[in-house]
Design a protein around this ligand. Structure first.
Ligand SMILES: CC(C)(COP(=O)(O)OP(=O)(O)OC[C@H]1O[C@@H](n2cnc3c(N)ncnc32)[C@H](O)[C@@H]1OP(=O)(O)O)[C@@H](O)C(=O)NCCC(=O)NCCS
Length: 163
């Protein structure tokens, strides 16, 4: 009643975040991508968090964590200067602008690193989100994880004058 909702905040990734980010990754795939991918595809996708490469990639990329009242609720990572590698938001807080805040920040950071454009291999679930932000589809891809084929779309946005 009259209470203001807690405001999300951003902070950089720390190595100790890996387990909670793995849990957000799995929950978001399990609960948000079911309209676009089969259960077998979701399981294969989720299994990526069990690989030690998962934490290594987060550490080597520029990874940002979105928090609500100090707890991580989503994360996104920039590979090099111009590619969004990961974007995952916990289903409990989906639709509240968390991904928007993360991608706004990555676009600014990419611009700051001199990138003229930013690309992402968007899941079919995230394609609408990126299209709304001005990313244009370039090509369809299929990636294989644990014998399952998953489709995604390479999308690209030219970073504009606001950067
Ligand atoms: C895609 C994802 C990151 C969006 O996170 P989110 O925090 O719910 O997104 P936001 O609340 O910032 O959404 C911003 C806008 O995009 C829209 N949007 C969000 N997800 C969308 C979708 N799947 N399709 C179309 N539009 C979408 C929202 O309606 C909102 O529009 P509005 O500003 O007009 O209200 C989240 O659904 C997710 O984690 N999905 C599963 C994992 C995944 O596919 N990751 C992408 C890998 S590339």
């Amino acid at each position: 009643m009259g209470q203001t909702l807690p405001k999300p905040a951003l902070r950089p990734f720390l190595p100790a975040d890996v387990p909670v980010l793995a849990a957000i990754f799995a929950a978001s795939i399990e609960q948000l991508t079911g309209d676009d991918y089969s259960e077998a595809q979701q399981e294969a996708w989720m299994s990526a968090a069990e690989d030690e490469e998962f934490g290594k990639r987060l550490a080597s990329d520029l990874t940002l964590i979105a928090t609500l009242e100090g707890s991580p609720v989503g994360f996104a990572s920039l590979r090099g200067t111009d590619h969004i590698r990961m974007l995952y938001v916990h289903p409990a807080v989906a639709g509240q602008g968390i991904a928007t805040m993360l991608v706004d920040a990555l676009e600014k950071l990419a611009g700051g690193r001199g990138a003229k454009s930013l690309s992402v291999d968007a899941s079919d679930t995230a394609e609408g989100f990126f299209a709304k932000r001005g990313y244009a589809a370039q090509q369809r891809n299929s990636v294989t994880i644990n014998d399952e084929w998953l489709a995604n779309t390479t999308m690209k946005k030219t970073l504009g004058a606001e950067q």
